[in-house]
Design a protein around this ligand. Structure first.
Ligand code: FES
Length: 71
């Protein structure tokens, strides 16, 4: 199994690379085979949980840097 990588984009979505299954609160599963999918981080996408590019027009700004997992 290939490693899944989640990259946090400045002022944008989470980019998930690798084969994953995304399951919503109702249990609906979205299979994402090899490749990449972007998940909304701004809350404005009309197709959540996926990014639709709305963050670009909204002025969403977020440039956090990871300092390590929570302890
Ligand atoms: S991060 Fe792209 S629409 Fe929310």
């Amino acid at each position: 199994m290939d490693q899944v990588v989640i990259k946090i984009r400045d002022d944008g979505p989470y980019k998930v690379t690798g084969a994953v299954t995304i399951v919503d609160v109702d249990g609906t599963a979205f299979e994402v085979p090899e490749g990449a999918v972007v998940l909304c981080r701004c809350g404005l996408s009309a197709s959540k949980p996926f990014c639709d590019g709305s963050h670009r027009q909204s002025g969403f700004a977020s440039r956090e840097r990871a300092s390590g997992p929570p302890t």
